[in-house]
Ligand binder design. Structure first.
Ligand code: NAD
Length: 511
C-alpha cells in the first residue's frame, strides 16, 4: 500500500526514538510493523515474551501491521489497578476540567485524522472514505461528551417534610472495563470511553486483536491531550486471557462490551455473578422491508449500501430484505444493479465501497455458507476474486433468493456482504418474517404510506428503527442499541450513556 511503501514514512518509523517499530521484509516488501506496548498508568509497557499476537492487513495479509505478546492477563490486572488508583483524583476533578481534557483529546485526534483513517483502512480494510468518517465521528463524540460532562447530574424531588431538600445525585461508578470489537476500531472505544470519562469514571480498554494499532493511536492521542496517568489505559491480548482477566479484575466496577453474542454472554455471566454493572451490545440479523408503494430506485440504492458497504461488517448491516410480492421481480432487478454499481476495490481508493473481509476464517465461513445454500444466486457468489485484488480477502457482494425461512442465510449473522432476499404477501407477513429472529438490533421500512410506517414502527422488534433510510449508522447524540439477543437492554450514546456510566444516590437534607 502507498502508506507502507513511502520511503520517508519508513525512515521516520525505523528511527522512532521509543523503538516501537521494526521493519519486516515479508513477501519482499518493507512494511513498518509496530511493536506495540501497553499503555498503563501513564507508561508504555512492553508486552510479554513468547507467542505473539499480530494484526494483519486484510487487503494483503502478508503485511503484519502490529504485534505484541499474546497473553496480556497480567497487564490487564495491572491496568485495572492503575485505573483504581487514578479514580479518586479523576472523580473529584471539576467536571469543567474533565470537559477541557476531552476537548483536548478531540483536538489531538483531529490533528492526526488522516493518519488514523489510513491506519483503520490498513488494519481492518475499511474503505478510506468510511474510515475518514469514523475518525470524524470520534472527534464529534468527544466534543459531545465534553459538553455532557457539565450538564445536570440529578434532579430535585419534592420531600414529605416541608423543610427538606431531596434530590437525586448521579455519581461515577468506578474503574470501567471496555471490551471492543475490530469493526469500528476507534469509534466504539471512544463512544464508550467518552461518557465513562466525562462522568468521572476511569477506563481500561482491551482492544480487539485485529485492530490493535488503531487502539494504540487512541492511547497516543490521549497522552498528547494530557489525560492524567491511569485515567485511560489500553491493554492488548487475546480475549480469553487479557479480556477475561480484565472483566474479572476485582477493581472493575463497570463493564461495557461490544462484540459477538457468544462472547457477550460469557461477559454478562461473569458480571452478573459478581453483581458488576454491565452492558453487552451484540449481533444482529437486520431487515429491510420494501412495500409496493415505495420509491423502488431509492430503496434499492439504500438497501444495497446498507447491506454491502464495508463488506457488510457492521452490526447494523442489512442481511435480509423482505419485499412485497407484487414488486419483487422489479425490485430484485434494481437491487442487483445497485449492488453491482458499488465498487469492490482496494480500500485505500477513494471510490471503493466494499473492501476485504477481516480475516481468512471470515472468508471461509462466507464461502461455505453461500456455497452450501439451496437458494438462487442473483449476484456475487463464492468464487475467488482475482486480478489486482487477488492478494486480499475479498468476497463478492452476494444476493441470494428463494431461501427457506429457517435457512442459515435467513437466520444466522454472517457478518459479510451477503444479503438474503425474501418475498411477503403484505406488511403483516413481512413483519412476521422480520421478527422471526432471536436478534433485534436495526430495521428499516421503505414506503410512502404513513399508516404502514406507523404500524411497522409499533410492531417491529428492533432497537434502531428507520423509515426510508438504511439500517446502518446513528447520530452520535442519539441512543443506540438493540432488543432481544442483540443487547442487554440498556442503550449507548446520547442521554442513555449518562444512565449507564453513573449511579444514583438519593439525598435528603433536613435543617
Ligand atoms: P468478538 O465477540 O469475537 O470480540 C469482541 C471482543 O471481545 C474482542 O476484544 C475480544 O478479544 C474480546 N473477547 C473474546 N473472548 C473474551 C472473553 N472470554 N472475555 C472477555 N473478552 C473476550 O467480536 P468481533 O468479531 O470482534 O466483532 C464482531 C461482532 O461484534 C459481530 O457479532 C457484531 O454484530 C458485533 N458488533 C455489535 C455492535 C453493537 O453495537 N451491537 C457493534 C459492532 C459489532
Amino acid at each position: 500500500m502507498a502508506w507502507a511503501d513511502s520511503r520517508d514514512e519508513h525512515a521516520r518509523l525505523a528511527a522512532d526514538p521509543r523503538d516501537r517499530f521494526r521493519v519486516s521484509g515479508l513477501d519482499g516488501t518493507l512494511f513498518p510493523v509496530m511493536k506495540l506496548r501497553h499503555w498503563i498508568g501513564g507508561e508504555w509497557r512492553a508486552g510479554s515474551s513468547g507467542h505473539e499476537l499480530r494484526s494483519l492487513n486484510p487487503s494483503d495479509p502478508s503485511d503484519v501491521v502490529s504485534a505484541i505478546g499474546a497473553d496480556g492477563a497480567d497487564e490487564a490486572r495491572a491496568a485495572a489497578q492503575a485505573a483504581a488508583e487514578a479514580f479518586g483524583g479523576w472523580r473529584s476533578m471539576a467536571a469543567a476540567a474533565r470537559a477541557l481534557l476531552l476537548n483536548s483529546w478531540a483536538d489531538a485526534v483531529a490533528s492526526r485524522d488522516e493518519e488514523m483513517a489510513r491506519t483503520i483502512t490498513r488494519e481492518v480494510g475499511k474503505p478510506i472514505s468510511e474510515a475518514r468518517g469514523e475518525v470524524g465521528r470520534c472527534v464529534a463524540l468527544l466534543r459531545y461528551y465534553a459538553g455532557e460532562a457539565v450538564r445536570p447530574m440529578g434532579e430535585v424531588i419534592p420531600g414529605q417534610a416541608s423543610a427538606m431538600l431531596q434530590y437525586s445525585l448521579r455519581q461515577p461508578v468506578g474503574p470501567t472495563a471496555l471490551i471492543t470489537p475490530w469493526n469500528f476500531p476507534v469509534a466504539i472505544p471512544i463512544w464508550k470511553a467518552g461518557p465513562a470519562l466525562a462522568f468521572g469514571n476511569t477506563v481500561v480498554l482491551k482492544a480487539a486483536e485485529q485492530s490493535m494499532l488503531c487502539a494504540s493511536l487512541l492511547a497516543e492521542t490521549a497522552q498528547e491531550a494530557g489525560l492524567p496517568a491511569g485515567v485511560f489505559n489500553v491493554v492488548f491480548g487475546s480475549g480469553e486471557t487479557a479480556g477475561a482477566a480484565l472483566v474479572e479484575a476485582p477493581e472493575i466496577r463497570l463493564v461495557s462490551f461490544t462484540g459477538s453474542e457468544a462472547v457477550g454472554s460469557i461477559v454478562a455471566e461473569s458480571c452478573a455473578r459478581r453483581n458488576v454493572k454491565y452492558q453487552t451490545e451484540m449481533g444482529g440479523k437486520n431487515v429491510a422491508i420494501v412495500l409496493a408503494d415505495a420509491d423502488l430506485d431509492r430503496a434499492a440504492t439504500l438497501v444495497a449500501g446498507g447491506a454491502m458497504r464495508f463488506a457488510g461488517q457492521k452490526c447494523t448491516a442489512t442481511s435480509r430484505v423482505v419485499v412485497e410480492k407484487s414488486v419483487a421481480a422489479a425490485f430484485s432487478a434494481k437491487l442487483v444493479s445497485a449492488i453491482e454499481r458499488l465498487e469492490l476495490g482496494p480500500s485505500d481508493r477513494d471510490s471503493a465501497a466494499i473492501g476485504p473481509v477481516i480475516e481468512q476464517s471470515a472468508l471461509d465461513r462466507l464461502r461455505t455458507a453461500v456455497s452450501s445454500s439451496a437458494g438462487e444466486l442473483l449476484t456475487g457468489g463464492f468464487d475467488p476474486v482475482d486480478g489486482a485484488l487477488a492478494k486480499g480477502l475479498y468476497f463478492k457482494p452476494t444476493l441470494v433468493a428463494g431461501l427457506a425461512r429457517d435457512s442459515e442465510l435467513m437466520t444466522r449473522e454472517l457478518f459479510g456482504p451477503v444479503l438474503a432476499f425474501a418475498e411477503a404477501a403484505d406488511l403483516d407477513e413481512a413483519l412476521s418474517i422480520a421478527n422471526d429472529t432471536p436478534y433485534g438490533l436495526s430495521a428499516s421500512l421503505f414506503t410512502r404510506d404513513i399508516g404502514s410506517a406507523l404500524k411497522y414502527v409499533d410492531r417491529i422488534e428492533a432497537g434502531m428503527v428507520r423509515v426510508n433510510g438504511d439500517t446502518t449508522g446513528v447520530d452520535p447524540h442519539a441512543p443506540f442499541g438493540g432488543v432481544k439477543r442483540s443487547g442487554s437492554h440498556s442503550r449507548e450514546q446520547g442521554p442513555s450513556a449518562r444512565e449507564f456510566y453513573t449511579e444514583i444516590k438519593t439525598v435528603q437534607i433536613q435543617g
